[in-house]
Design a protein around this ligand. Structure first.
Ligand code: MOS
Length: 723
C-alpha cells in the first residue's frame, strides 16, 4: 500500500525545485514590458516611442497590431477564451486605466521596463464612472441583459407576499468592496516558436483556453499551440482564462525570431487582469415567531465593465441555504469603466453568505433562538428551488460537530456579555456556507511501465491546492502501489486535453476520469495489490497505454468532450437530472476586540466541511485553513481602493493591499464529515476549494455583533468602524 507523503510536491515546493511558467529560461530569450494608459476612458491620439526605441538593448516597440495578425479572443462567458473581450493594442480606444498602450521587447528586463516608462501618449479623454453610484454608471437587469436560463432570476413561491405577512422581518443591506486575488506568482510566461509550433509556458488555470484562444487570435490551428502550466503559484480565479499579453508576445517572438518572456508587475496585475467586482446586496428575510424562515428576497447590484457583462450568480447559492418556501432573487449589473471583473475565490457565494447569514443571525436574536438551533431547525434535505433531493447534505452534522468542538454550549447569548480579564470584548459567531458541486468532462491517459512506474495525465492545474497529490493517492491506493511510483501530469496540453480548473470542480473532474481508466480499462480488482510489472509483462510489451473519458451525470458525452477539446467550458452542476449537489461547511468563530484600540483579533476558528470523500487529507485541511484565512482577510483587511477621479486602484502592491499575515492567523481547527457522495461520481468527491471560504465573513460578523451589539454592513470592517 502507499506510504503516502503528505503531498507529493512538498519537497520540490520547499526547496525551490518546482518549476512555474515564467521560470522557463530558453536560449536567447528577450524580455517584454507594457507601457500603460494614464486615462480611464477615451481615445489615444498619438504615442511617442522615440525615447524608448533609442534606449540600448531595445529591439521592438509595438503600439498597434494589424487586425490580420491579432484578433480578440472573445470573452470566456460568451463562448470565447479571454478574461475579457477587449484585446489591447488593436485600436485607439481606452476603456480602463492601466490598459496597455505599447509593448516593448528588449535584451534585458531592465531595458524593457525602462523603455516602457519612457513611452508617452496623447489622449482625448471622456467622462468615466468607477463606482456603482457614479454618474454614467449604467444599471441593467441581468435576466434581461443576458437572456439565457442560467442567468435568470431565481423565484420560488410568492416571496413578496410571504415576507409582507411574516411576523418577524429583517432587512439587511451589505456593501462589498473591490478586491484582488493577489496570488504570490505574478501573471506571466514565456512564448517561443519551435518551427511553426507555438510553445507557451504560462501560469494559468486554463491551458486549454490559452491553447485554443491563441489559435483563434492568431488564425492558426490549435494543433500548432502547446501550453504548459506545470505549477501555478496561486490562481484564485485571476488566471482562469487567456490573458491579453500572450497573443502580443507570440507576434513579438515571431518578428524577432526569439523567445519572449513577460512578467507583469504587481500593480499591472491589479489593472490588466480580473478582480472581485464591487457589490451591493439587500436581503429581506421573514420568519414566524418560532424562527422558521418563510420568505427571502435577495437583490444584488454587481459591477461589470463597459465592454462585457460579467454575470452575477449570488442567488444560486443563497436560495439553497435553508428550506425557505418563498424566495425571490434579482441580480443587476452595473457598467463602469474598468477592465472586466471576474472570478475571485467564492466569487458570489462569499459575499452572498455574508448578507444571508447576517440576516439569519438577526432572526435568531429577534426570535430569541440560539443561532445554531435556529439553523438546524431550518435545514432541508430537498432543494427548495428545484424540488430535487440534494445528492448529499450534511449541514446539520457540520453544525453539531462544530458546536461540540468549539464549546458553543458555553456561550452567553447576550451581546457584550463575554469579556476577557482586561476588558477585551469577546464574541462568538456561527455561519454556514454552501458552494455548487460542479464537474467537467475529462480524458485521462495512463501508461503503466514494466519498470513499475505508472504515469497519468488528465485535465487539471496544480495551483497549490494539491490536485497532484489527490490524483497520485487515488492511483496508488487503487493499484496498491507506492505513491512514489505514480507520476502525475496536469496543466499540459501535450499530454491530455485541458479544461479550466476552477469553481471547485478540479478534483471532481480529474478523479472520476482517472478512476474510469483504472477500473474500466486496467481491470483493477478492488481488493489486494496489483503486480504492475507482471501485468505489463503479460502483454508481451514494455507498457500498457490506457485512455478513459468521464463526463458528469446527465452530460451529453459527445457534446462536452468536443467542448473540452476546444478549450471551452464543459461543466455540469449543481443541478443534475435526479438531484442537486452542493458542498457545505459550518464555521464557528471567536473574536476578541481590544477595548482601547478597537483592534479585532480572530484567535479561534472551528470549521467542519462536507465535501464528500476527502481525497487528500493534508492538502484538504490546508485548503480549509487557506479559505478561512481568506475569509479573515475579506472581513477585516482586504479592499482595492478605487480612485474616484482617475480610475484604477490606489493600493496595487502587497505592501498596500492588506492581506492577513502570520500574526493575524491563530488556531484554525478543521474537521471533515468525509462521507463519499456516490451519486455525484463513483469516487465520491464533491468540491472544497471555495466552500471553505463561504460563511467565514458572516461568522466573524456575527461574532462582532455578539461582542459589540453592532451590525457591520460594509466590508471590510475596520478599526474605525468598531471603535
Ligand atoms: Mo475560481 S474563483 O472559480 O478560479
Amino acid at each position: 500500500m502507499s506510504t503516502a507523503p503528505a503531498r507529493v510536491d512538498a519537497r520540490a515546493k520547499v526547496t525551490g525545485a518546482l518549476r512555474y511558467g515564467a521560470d522557463r529560461a530558453p536560449e536567447s530569450v528577450a524580455y517584454a514590458a507594457f507601457a500603460v494608459a494614464t486615462i480611464a476612458r477615451g481615445r489615444i491620439t498619438g504615442v511617442d516611442t522615440e525615447a524608448a526605441l533609442n534606449l540600448p538593448g531595445v529591439r521592438l516597440v509595438i503600439t498597434r497590431f494589424d487586425p490580420d495578425e491579432l484578433t480578440s479572443p472573445g470573452f470566456i462567458m460568451t463562448g470565447g477564451y479571454g478574461f475579457q473581450s477587449l484585446q489591447p493594442l488593436l485600436d485607439d480606444r481606452i476603456a480602463y486605466r492601466g490598459q496597455p498602450i505599447a509593448l516593448v521587447v528588449a535584451d534585458t528586463p531592465l531595458a524593457a521596463t525602462e523603455a516602457a516608462e519612457l513611452i508617452t501618449a496623447a489622449y482625448e479623454p471622456e467622462p468615466a464612472a468607477f463606482t456603482l453610484d457614479a454618474p454614467g454608471a449604467e444599471t441593467l437587469v441581468q435576466a434581461q441583459a443576458i437572456p439565457i436560463p442560467m442567468f435568470a432570476d431565481t423565484a420560488v413561491g410568492d416571496a413578496d407576499a410571504a415576507f409582507a405577512a411574516a411576523p418577524v422581518q429583517v432587512d439587511v443591506e451589505v456593501s462589498g468592496p473591490n478586491q484582488h486575488q493577489v496570488p504570490m506568482e505574478l501573471i506571466g510566461g514565456v512564448v517561443e516558436w519551435h518551427g511553426d509550433t507555438l510553445v507557451v509556458h504560462e501560469g494559468t488555470q486554463n491551458s486549454g483556453a490559452v491553447q485554443n484562444g491563441l489559435a483563434r487570435q492568431l488564425g492558426i490551428s490549435p494543433d500548432r499551440v502547446q501550453v504548459i502550466s506545470p505549477s501555478v503559484g496561486g490562481g484564485f480565479g485571476q488566471k482562469n482564462s487567456l490573458q491579453p499579453h500572450i497573443g502580443p508576445l507570440a507576434i513579438a517572438a515571431r518578428r524577432l525570431g526569439r523567445p519572449v518572456k513577460l512578467v507583469l508587475t504587481r500593480p499591472q496585475t491589479f489593472h490588466q487582469a480580473s478582480f472581485r467586482p464591487a457589490s451591493r446586496q439587500r436581503v429581506r428575510l421573514g420568519a414566524d415567531s418560532s424562527g422558521r424562515l418563510v420568505a427571502a428576497i435577495h437583490e444584488i447590484d454587481q459591477q461589470t465593465s463597459r465592454h462585457d457583462l460579467f454575470p452575477a450568480m449570488y442567488t444560486e447559492v443563497s436560495s439553497r441555504f435553508y428550506g425557505i418556501g418563498a424566495f425571490r432573487g434579482l441580480q443587476r449589473l452595473v457598467r463602469t469603466d474598468v477592465q472586466t471583473p471576474g472570478y475571485m475565490r467564492a466569487p458570489f457565494e462569499h459575499i452572498a453568505a455574508y448578507a444571508m447569514e447576517s440576516a439569519v443571525d438577526e432572526i435568531a436574536y429577534a426570535t430569541g433562538r440560539d443561532p445554531v438551533e435556529l439553523r438546524l431547525a431550518n435545514d432541508t434535505a430537498v432543494d427548495p428551488v428545484s424540488g430535487l433531493p440534494f445528492s448529499s447534505r450534511h449541514v446539520a452534522e457540520c453544525l453539531r460537530r462544530g458546536a461540540e468542538r468549539f464549546g458553543w454550549a458555553e456561550r452567553s447569548p447576550r451581546p457584550r456579555s463575554m469579556r476577557g480579564p482586561d476588558g477585551t470584548l469577546i464574541g462568538w459567531g456561527v455561519a454556514i456556507g454552501a458552494y455548487p458541486g460542479s464537474a467537467a468532462a475529462a480524458i485521462a491517459r495512463m501508461s503503466a511501465h514494466d519498470t513499475g512506474t505508472v504515469e497519468v495525465a488528465v485535465a487539471g492545474h496544480e495551483m497549490g491546492q494539491g490536485i497532484r497529490t489527490a490524483i497520485a493517492r487515488l492511483v496508488a491506493d487503487d493499484l496498491g502501489i507506492e505513491i512514489a511510483a505514480v507520476k502525475v501530469g496536469v496543466g499540459d496540453t501535450r499530454s491530455a486535453p485541458q479544461h479550466l480548473t476552477a469553481g471547485s470542480w478540479g478534483t471532481a473532474t480529474a478523479l472520476p476520469a482517472v478512476h474510469a481508466a483504472l477500473r474500466d480499462r486496467l481491470g483493477v480488482p478492488r481488493t489486494g495489490p496489483v503486480d504492475m510489472r507482471a501485468a505489463v509483462a503479460a502483454t508481451g510489451g514494455s507498457r500498457i497505454e490506457i485512455e478513459a473519458t468521464s463526463v458528469a451525470r446527465g452530460q451529453p458525452a459527445d457534446v462536452v468532450v468536443d467542448r473540452l477539446r476546444k478549450g471551452l467550458l464543459a461543466i455540469a452542476g449543481p443541478e443534475y437530472p435526479e438531484f442537486v449537489t452542493f458542498s457545505h461547511i459550518a464555521h464557528f468563530v471567536e473574536v476578541r476586540i481590544e477595548a482601547a484600540t478597537g483592534r479585532v483579533r480572530v484567535p479561534r476558528v472551528v470549521s467542519v466541511a462536507d465535501c464528500g470523500r476527502v481525497a487528500s487529507p493534508v492538502t484538504a485541511a490546508s485548503q480549509v485553513r487557506g479559505g478561512v484565512i481568506w475569509g479573515i482577510g475579506a472581513t477585516l483587511r482586504e479592499q482595492s481602493l478605487v480612485d474616484p477621479r482617475y480610475g484604477g486602484f490606489l493600493n496595487p502592491t502587497m505592501e498596500e493591499y492588506p492581506i492577513p499575515v502570520s500574526a493575524d492567523v491563530h488556531r484554525i481547527d478543521v474537521d471533515f464529515i468525509d462521507e463519499p457522495d456516490l451519486l455525484l461520481n463513483p469516487v465520491g468527491v464533491k468540491g472544497l476549494g471555495e466552500v471553505c471560504m463561504v460563511g467565514v465573513s458572516a461568522a466573524i460578523g456575527n461574532a462582532l455583533f455578539h461582542a459589540t451589539g453592532a451590525r457591520f454592513r460594509r466590508l471590510p470592517v475596520r478599526i474605525e468602524d468598531v471603535l
